[in-house]
Design a protein around this ligand. Structure first.
Ligand code: NDP
Length: 330
């Protein structure tokens, strides 16, 4: 079968492409330049002609994906701006995310070949930090509609993390609204995934925001009273990619929104796991992590996808080991 992966040179997408090729799929990627496509091709040269690419310079244009979707059996749409520290604007984050969703779904409407579309959303489309009392259980019924309302009122030129939260929320709404409106006429069904912070080994040369985050945060001196606090949810990039591939493969995943996560984390837990790497900046003394953490209901991911997760330790150690190797190669 032939699968289109949009934004194929991204951190997550490269792992998706790799796993698909390893499972004998034919993969087509979209990238913003031929140089990026050639770079992926050389990265996966052992798979020869099983990888090809289409350059889509502007993903927001109507018809941008027409050529890319020709003849594919499935689509995984990952392309979306992920700004450092989430700090983007309406124009550089919100608009590309939402318009590209509109564009790709419009192109898919009449596809005679596509049977499944997997859309990479995010936990930020489920909730904003601080929106619930600590200990809250997150599940697929959560939507970050606070971010959607905020974006309508906010000044559009000042960078703010909520542009990213609203972008992911409204892009995913766009996907579901389109699907609900047109499902009777279409040959494909939709799966959306809402992963949290993605950690794990990078395949690309330069670290992306979330892989770098675990590295930077681990080395940062944090006030001791915060180290033991709930710091969000995480997933390893290899498991996140596997979740996307399984979403193509499992018939029962059709028309489902699925929350995939390895669990909640505190920085103390990350420090505990990193002690074996002997990083001088990581504090040796422990702060008791007695905080109440938020809870993830991942029963759909388990029940429908059968997804299992690496441990936090493996994920953060592999993230840092690979980032250090990249630094040493410079
Ligand atoms: P990366 O930044 O590594 O990759 C993003 C990809 O999208 C790249 O191919 C990039 O192309 C492309 N892209 C970004 N902006 C545009 C644009 N304006 N026009 C065309 N292409 C664009 O991000 P990740 O791999 O981390 O993220 C992949 C997906 O996963 C995104 O949808 C993101 O929202 C989602 N996600 C990520 C999480 C994380 O922690 N990393 C957590 C939850 C969800 P180029 O290289 O040319 O810029």
């Amino acid at each position: 079968a032939k699968v289109l992966v949009t934004g194929a040179n991204g951190f997550l997408a490269l792992h998706i492409v790799k796993q698909l090729l390893e499972q004998n799929y034919i993969v087509r990627g979209t990238v913003r330049s031929a140089a990026k496509g050639e770079w992926i091709r050389s990265k996966f040269s052992e798979f020869g002609a099983s990888f090809d690419f289409v350059v889509v310079q502007d993903i927001t244009k109507e018809g941008a994906f027409d050529r890319a979707i020709e003849g594919v059996d499935a689509v995984i749409h990952t392309a979306s701006p992920v700004p450092d520290n989430f700090l983007g604007t309406y124009d550089n984050v919100y608009i590309p995310a939402v318009r590209s969703a509109e564009s790709i779904f419009k192109s898919l409407l009449n596809s005679p070949t596509v049977k499944r579309v997997v859309f990479t959303s995010s936990i930020v489309a489920m909730s904003m930090a601080g929106a619930h009392e600590r200990g809250y259980t997150y599940s697929e019924s959560d939507w970050n509609d606070g971010a959607s309302s905020w974006v309508k009122e906010a000044p559009h030129d000042k960078p703010h993390p909520r542009f990213y939260f609203a972008a992911k929320t409204d892009a995913e709404h766009t996907a579901w609204n389109f699907y609900e409106q047109h499902k009777a006429e279409m040959k494909w069904d939709l799966v959306t995934l809402t992963p949290p912070y993605i950690f794990g080994p990078i395949l690309q040369d330069e670290p992306n925001f979330s892989a770098n985050l675990v590295y930077r945060k681990a080395l940062e001196q944090k006030p001791a009273d915060q180290v033991g606090l709930h710091a969000g949810f995480w997933i390893d990039v290899r498991d996140c990619a596997r979740g996307h591939v399984l979403s193509l493969q499992k018939e029962e995943a059709g028309a489902e929104r699925i929350f995939i996560t390895g669990g909640a984390l505190t920085w103390q837990e990350v420090y505990d796991e990193l002690q074996s790497l002997n990083i001088p900046e990581i504090p040796k003394e422990r702060v008791d992590d007695g905080d109440v953490k938020d809870v993830a209901n991942t029963s759909k991911a388990t029940g429908i996808l059968g997804l299992t997760y690496r441990t936090l330790g493996e994920s953060v150690r592999d993230t840092i080991t690979v980032l250090r190797q990249r630094e040493n190669q410079k």
